[in-house]
Design a protein around this ligand. Structure first.
Ligand SMILES: [Zn+2]
Length: 644
């Protein structure tokens, strides 16, 4: 018995002394702001990503906390705060009885000091940790003055919606500093920490308001406010700010976040991206309205991407018509999802042909041909269902004839095209040449809109490939600028070949036989453009560029259902045109494509592609890489006339 008594005494004295161990100061330092802000190139906030543990928190000092917030908080949580020693014995006794009745920890009887400890350490909810919590609460009361404990509490307590501390809550819910809060607002906020979810004013406003009235009533009962102040606050309407759902350019922000690991994310304070939010908004409106107008053609979605050619910077990134429209899978990004490109890869087939000594004037047979794709014999057809005999390469590409494209690909080889497409970073074209066969140039392989825009911007950049750039500046939590890697320029085509392809794609006359005169692809300024339609009208593309900007547009349905007879001119074409016109209006950069050295213009016969002779009608000027221009004068025209 005596030993027991001595032991008990020893433990009590030890515990008593242990309360005087100074409270660790480091843990009381203000928590850092750990939200990550994604901004557009001009500093407009696109999205704020909050870390799960900390959320928003902006530290303020005791002097900055107004009296009505302090009184309302004490009334709501712990009116004896300035009298007790960290724990409220009466409240604990009451809690113990309640808990025994319920056979679990239901009621804490916590003082404000205990709640602070809870918010610092996040102990599990059981009896053991409850005792530890009390021990810490007693210790912090010995270490710190009451005002400091209250300051710590008001800076750390959660107010819901990922806001922590009265300052963040005041800005979040009422868009003002705490010093400007009315009594009604202060009492409203003071009520929230009791149950941040059940009193979430954006979902349960009525409950939150009832809680506020409860707090006001207590303030009145404790003599903290007068009857008049009570009445005024009770009646005052609460003007809550709409939740700051900064959720702009959603697909783009998702894309940005996908480039940063979650580990890196913790240390990043803000990212200034390349996006131009003003432009983005304009394109979003164009796209949304356009998709609405295509409803009758069974089109439910579209995507559009704009790239700056010089730097590869992404300026606008609209992944779907409506991100929040789940009935049409609006959260799927039409920019990064894989689809069949239709004819959109043809320019690269022809660029390789130019490398292999063909010219824009080379005659290609557009006549019936049988090819084998994946073991099945297949006779490619042209979009108009006709064959066009011998046509010049310029016409074949501009009119996007399928048969001639297959003929050219057979000549250059599927393997060499595949190799070049990989250099353009079409990663998904990862099967062997036999898998695709000549169908590769007709769109039998999956690509993304982003991939197509990268590839076309390579032509706009005189043959230099560069991966897109999305970051302008990244700062860490200490506001230090962080470095990030930027992709390098890689030569994929020569400037001369890039120019000839560009010149063909910008040739309004050459495409007339297939697209008609004055089609939506004909813009009032130099613009190279190509369309594509996948099998069964599932996807429709228009990709093109001016010297400054590359624009890619996809139109289709995310569920892969076919559209109703929509072609490049009626599907993605008009939207592409509207975006190009918008860019021209904003930027006024109506320039010609720069002509590289080493090219020569020669008059040729449009029928034979040879040097124009005196018999030839409608001779045209064609561009050649010096040394590849035809040497013989046309010998076809006089004979043709004779034959007739
Ligand atoms: Zn001729």
């Amino acid at each position: 018995m005596k030993v027991f008594g001595i032991s008990l005494g020893f433990i009590s004295i030890s515990l008593g002394i242990s309360l005087y161990i100074p409270f660790p100061q480091k843990i009381l330092e203000p928590a850092p702001m750990v939200s990550l802000r994604i901004l557009d190139r001009n500093g407009n906030l696109l999205r704020e990503v909050l870390s799960d543990e900390e959320g928003r928190s902006q530290w303020i000092t005791f002097q900055e906390i107004p009296q009505n917030v302090i009184l309302a908080t004490l009334a709501a949580e712990d009116s004896h705060f300035y009298k007790h020693i960290g724990i409220d014995l009466k409240a604990i006794l009451r809690a113990i009885i309640q808990n025994i009745q319920a056979r679990r920890v239901v009621s804490g009887g916590s003082t404000l000091t205990q709640q602070l400890i809870k918010n610092i350490y996040h102990f599990p909810r059981n009896w053991f940790w409850k005792i530890v919590e009390i021990w810490y609460a007693l210790r912090i009361e010995i270490s710190l003055p009451k005002d400091e404990i209250l300051t710590q509490y008001l800076n750390r307590v959660p107010y819901g919606n990922q806001t922590f501390g009265i300052n963040a809550a005041s800005w979040f819910y009422f868009d003002k500093p705490p010093s400007h809060l009315s009594l009604a607002e202060a009492s409203f906020l003071a009520g929230l920490p009791r149950g941040p979810s059940i009193y979430n004013p954006y979902f349960h406003f009525y409950q939150a308001q009832k809680r506020q009235q409860e707090v006001l009533q207590r303030m009145l009962n404790k003599g903290m406010i007068t009857q008049e102040e009570y009445k005024k606050a009770y009646k005052e309407p609460l003007n809550l700010v709409a939740p700051q759902t900064a959720f702009r350019a959603p697909h783009f922000c998702d894309f940005v976040l996908s480039k940063i690991s979650s580990k890196e994310r913790r240390n990043i304070f803000f990212i200034r991206t390349t996006l131009d939010f003003q432009l983005q908004k304009d394109v979003e409106v164009l796209l949304k309205n356009y998709v609405k107008s295509l409803k009758k053609w069974e089109v439910s979605n579209a995507a559009a991407l704009i790239m700056d050619n010089e730097t590869g910077e992404i300026l606008s990134f609209v992944g779907s018509a409506d991100f929040f429209d789940s009935s049409h899978s609006g959260q799927v990004s039409g920019i990064t999802s894989l689809r069949q490109p239709g004819s959109a890869l043809k320019p690269f087939t022809y660029a390789l042909a130019l490398e292999q000594k063909m010219t824009a004037a080379t005659l290609i047979p557009d006549t019936k041909i049988c090819i084998r794709i994946k073991g099945i014999d297949y006779a490619p057809k042209n979009y108009d269902g006709k064959f066009h005999g011998f046509i010049r390469l310029r016409e074949a590409l501009a009119c996007s004839y399928n048969v001639s494209a297959v003929r050219v690909l057979e000549k250059i080889g599927v393997e060499s095209l595949l190799r070049r497409l990989k250099k353009l970073d079409f990663k998904n074209l990862n099967k062997g040449p036999d898998y695709y066969g000549p169908g590769l140039t007709l769109g039998d392989g999956e690509v993304t809109l982003l991939g197509l825009v990268r590839a076309y911007s390579t032509l706009a950049r005189a043959g230099l490939f560069k991966k897109e750039k999305i970051f302008l500046e990244i700062k860490d939590t200490r506001e230090k600028v962080k470095s990030f890697s930027e992709s390098q320029f890689v030569r994929v085509f020569s400037p001369q070949i890039s120019y000839i392809i560009t010149n063909i794609l910008a040739d309004k006359d050459a495409r007339i036989p297939a697209f008609g005169e004055g089609s939506c692809l004909s813009l009032p300024f130099p613009c190279a453009v190509k369309t594509g339609t996948s099998g069964n009208f599932r996807d429709n593309w228009t990709i093109g560029y001016t010297p400054h900007r590359t624009v890619g547009v996809w139109v289709g349905n995310f569920d892969g259902s076919p559209m109703h007879n929509v072609s490049g001119v009626s599907g993605a074409g008009p939207l592409f045109r509207d975006i190009m016109l918008l860019l021209e209006k904003r930027e006024k950069k109506n320039f010609n494509f720069a002509i590289p050295e080493g090219l020569i213009g020669v008059y040729i016969c449009p029928k034979s592609g040879m040097l124009a002779g005196s018999f030839c009608s409608g001779k045209i000027k064609e561009i050649f890489i010096k040394g590849t221009e035809p040497e013989q004068v046309c010998n076809l025209c006089p004979h043709t006339i004779l034959a007739r």
